[in-house]
Design a binder for this molecule. Structure first.
Ligand SMILES: *Cc1c(COP(=O)(O)O)cnc(C)c1O
Length: 293
């Protein structure tokens, strides 16, 4: 198994929270591993174990040029002595951005394919083609979301709740795998709020329902700031101010959007006094360095 550091839970103290009578806790899961951080560690856990148990020597997965999942998979494979292949959406640009350059430095073989071809990535013929080209590999889907990822995220939620009690769990949503797992890992007295970072991502309702029959969750669609990897001045100002106030770094793609969203909901009195909110810092800080570059 890859290494894991147990992370802290911190309470964020501010006048806004105090005045609203709510407590806001943050689980610093960004600190669980230097490279395979945040929810990516959990999503990969059982996939890595299974690949190893079944004797695979190579992992193959998919992602965009700024994918945290590609970054994490490359580092995890390197740590375990496995080979890795990343199928990257879109034309190659040189020099590689820092995310892909890191993946390559971890030994990941990168293959760029057209956006059109990328859309076929779950089709059998397409995967057969990859086998013809690369031989045997353990396939991890885009974003790392599958049953094993969901199972592991459920365990994360159960462990978290054993450590500290809360009423609401809040986290960012990309493909929905992490939130689905965390819903599964908590009993129905908890409420889970997911903040999609994609614009108009209503398909997520079905995506999450594929993995959990529970209904104690909702998605807040108003905090995508224009869509995936889009930011506004309001968001970057919030991010800077949050980092200064609490001394916790955020990334612009995921975690700044949920912290903004939670703060906004608190200001709007969404949460009744006495509520304890747990926010998950899902990591992604590596995405910050090269942002807009
Ligand atoms: C990938 C990622 C997410 C989204 O996780 P999903 O399981 O795809 O919803 C959230 N936060 C960070 C930092 C991520 O890297």
């Amino acid at each position: 198994m890859i290494k894991f550091d147990k992370t802290q839970i911190r309470e964020l103290e501010s006048q806004i929270f105090e005045q609203s009578g709510v407590r806001l806790l943050i689980k610093r899961e960004d600190q669980n591993h230097p490279f395979v951080s945040g929810n990516k560690w959990w999503k990969l856990k059982y996939n890595l174990e299974t690949a190893q148990q079944q004797g695979y020597k190579t992992l193959l997965t998919f992602g965009g040029a700024y994918s945290n999942h590609i970054y994490a998979t490359a580092a995890a494979a390197h740590e375990l002595g496995l080979k890795s292949i990343g199928i990257i959406r879109g034309e190659e640009t040189k020099p590689l951005n820092h995310m892909l350059a890191f993946a390559e430095s971890q030994g990941m073989k990168l293959q760029h394919i057209s956006r059109e071809a990328y859309r076929q990535k779950t089709e059998e013929a397409f995967i057969q083609n990859l086998h013809d080209q690369f031989g045997d590999f353990y396939l991890i889907p885009e974003g790392g979301t599958n049953e094993l990822a969901v199972k592991s995220c459920a365990e994360f939620a159960t462990q978290l709740n054993a450590e500290v009690d809360f009423d609401y769990l809040c986290l960012p949503v990309g493909t929905g795998g992490t939130v689905a797992g965390m819903i599964e890992g908590l009993d129905e007295s908890k409420k889970i709020i997911g903040f999609p970072v994609l614009k108009g991502a209503t398909f997520l309702e079905d995506e999450i329902a594929k993995y959990t029959p529970k209904h104690n969750w909702q998605l807040m669609y108003d905090y995508h700031f224009g869509g995936y990897a889009k930011v506004t001045n309001e968001l970057t100002e919030f991010m800077d101010q949050f980092e200064t106030q609490f001394n916790i770094p955020l990334d612009p793609i995921y975690t700044s959007k949920i912290m903004f969203g939670i703060t906004d909901l608190i200001k709007k009195k969404f949460f009744i006094p006495g509520t304890t909110i747990m926010a998950i810092h899902t990591g992604g800080l590596q995405g910050k360095a090269g942002f807009n570059s």
